[in-house]
Design a protein around this ligand. Structure first.
Ligand code: XMP
Length: 512
């Protein structure tokens, strides 16, 4: 039987991280809202339940609560922060607001652990944890004892070993808790007796079987962008339903060097119908003399939908539309019905344009690195699986101002050199995103014996975890020097290379 953990969401800001850490222990888990009914919980069949943190007080009227039946399921429970307080309050203990004798705790806090308890097995007796709470457990429920304490909190962790109920007042899921990952691992392996059997190989088999059952003899259409998510989605569907899948790959002419051919090569021979539409000319026509970034983006989006509609009409009626929605999209859109609305946005409003019976999203429970692992498992080339983010409008928003074929070709060459040199220097994996931009600046230079008046290429490389903020990458000067030398020598029409040293904010990652 598959080992599954249910994470009951009480509105904590780190819930996604809890799921990440559990999956890192190779245990499958899902986040569900706290209102999930007992029968739904039973149907899910968890081997353990984790209560997340949350912004409320357990004693406040209408505070989020779990169905009391969860305490009688006989499965281990770990309560984190609010979840810990909930455990204490609902099982007969007392939770009160922090007062004069008990301080609130926020941030890194030195904590002492009972290392003979399985939750803290193998840890040093003292280390830093991340606290963020204004309430206290004043009295423990019957059967519970304290197994960790900090200066302001005598019950920083509690347990009732008999029932395997554990609570931690701090957040083991965040990196600031020094041994947080080890604590979660101990809960799963030592207390719940799980074995970490969840693998991408297993996921691949199960997901393909489920897709086969759902799709039956129906036909599926997928808009393939060549990005990681839609590529992995295509490979999984091809394995499941073969030629009942049609992938429409619209090559708008704004792709990087060799990208269109790489995508095509990856999908040739997979059994699905791969349709590449070379639409460079019509996209270029749409962008002729268009200067403003937003106007470019809008025109590209609209044209994409037109091309896609034309192709899907040619294919006749399709039953399912497949999308590469992934778990963070689902979580960020609130785990409820909003998830479906958001998923439409992934393909720029396509479902409004064409009529489908249903949407299939076979990656909707996977995190990005799991999607990459699944791609490798399915035999997709590394160049496709580990690719950095690439905007839908492509190089059209990296050519500043009006786009022409000649400018795109110049940019493609410079960009390929930059990426090649960075990868050769072993910096590819550690740099979140790196690319070249063709600026609208012309400047004077001297080449050989003559004066030049050519274009300037800007190089952009950033480090970031989430792309909401980003820091410019401190690339070594010798790498930048090699890139600059090669670009001015090898790319016609370029005589100057600039390196962007602006972070986000105030700049954005892209120039347009
Ligand atoms: P910005 O420029 O907003 O970029 O700082 C943040 C991240 O988003 C990517 N990006 C896009 N991705 N369609 C996409 O799919 C777009 O229109 C788009 N614009 C920006 C950008 O490459 C970076 O990773």
């Amino acid at each position: 039987m598959e080992e599954k953990v249910l994470i009951l969401d009480f509105g904590g800001q780190y819930d996604q991280l809890i799921a990440r850490r559990v999956r890192e222990c190779r245990v499958y888990c899902e986040i569900r809202p706290w209102q999930t009914s007992l029968s739904e919980i039973k149907a899910f069949g968890p081997a353990a339940i984790i209560f997340t943190g949350g912004p409320h007080s357990v004693y406040a009227p209408g505070a989020p609560d779990a169905d009391p039946g969860v305490f009688r399921l006989g499965v281990p429970i770990l309560g984190i922060c609010y979840g810990c307080q909930l455990l204490a309050a609902r099982l007969g203990g007392e939770v009160i607001p922090a007062g004069e004798d008990r301080a609130r705790e926020y941030g890194r806090t030195e904590t002492t652990f009972s290392t003979d308890d399985p939750l803290f097995r193998g840890l040093p007796e003292q280390s830093a944890v991340w606290m963020s709470h204004g309430d206290f457990i004043a009295r423990l429920p019957a059967g519970f004892r304290s197994i960790a304490r900090s200066a302001g909190c005598p019950s920083a962790a509690i347990c009732d070993e008999k029932r395997r109920f554990y609570g931690v007042q701090f957040h083991p899921e965040v990196r600031h808790t020094e041994y947080g990952a080890a604590i979660l691992r101990n809960f799963l392996y030592e207390i719940c007796d799980l074995h970490g059997t969840w693998t991408m190989g297993g996921y691949r088999e199960r997901a393909a079987a489920e897709l086969r059952e759902k799709i039956g003899s129906g036909r599926v259409l997928l808009a393939l962008s060549g990005g990681v998510d839609s590529s992995v989605c295509a490979a999984l569907l091809a394995e499941a339903v073969g030629d009942r899948l049609s992938c429409v790959f619209v090559d708008h002419g704004f792709l990087r060097k060799n990208e269109g051919d790489e995508v095509e090569a990856a999908f040739a021979g997979r059994g699905a119908n791969f349709i590449r539409v070379n639409a460079e000319e019509r996209f270029l026509r749409k962008l002729m003399r268009v200067q403003q970034p937003e106007a470019k983006r809008k025109r590209i989006g609209e044209e994409f939908i037109r091309v896609f509609e034309e192709e899907s009409r040619k294919l006749g009626r399709m039953d399912f539309l497949a999308q590469g929605t992934i778990y963070p999209d689902v979580i960020e859109s609130g785990l409820g019905s909003a998830a479906v609305i958001k998923s439409h946005h992934n393909v720029g409003g396509l479902p409004d344009a064409v009529d489908f019976r249903e949407i299939v999203e076979p990656l909707r429970l996977l995190f990005k690195d799991e999607v990459r692992a699944l791609g490798r498992e399915l035999g997709l080339p590394e160049s496709l699986v580990s690719r950095q983010p690439f905007p839908g409008p492509g190089l059209a928003i990296r050519v500043i101002g009006p786009v022409t074929k000649e400018k795109l070709d110049t940019l493609r060459e410079a960009d390929a050199i930059f990426r090649e040199e960075l990868e050769k220097a072993g910096l590819g994996a550690s740099t979140a995103q790196y690319f070249a931009v063709l600026t609208n600046l012309r400047s004077v230079g001297v080449m050989g014996d003559g004066r030049s008046y050519d274009r300037a290429i800007a190089l952009r490389a950033v480090e970031t975890e989430d792309f909401m903020t980003a820091d410019w990458a401190r690339l070594p000067f010798d790498v930048l020097d090699r890139v600059s030398g090669r670009i001015v020598n090898e790319v016609k029409g370029v005589n100057r290379v600039l390196y962007d040293i602006t972070s986000k904010p105030p700049a954005t990652v892209e120039f347009e």
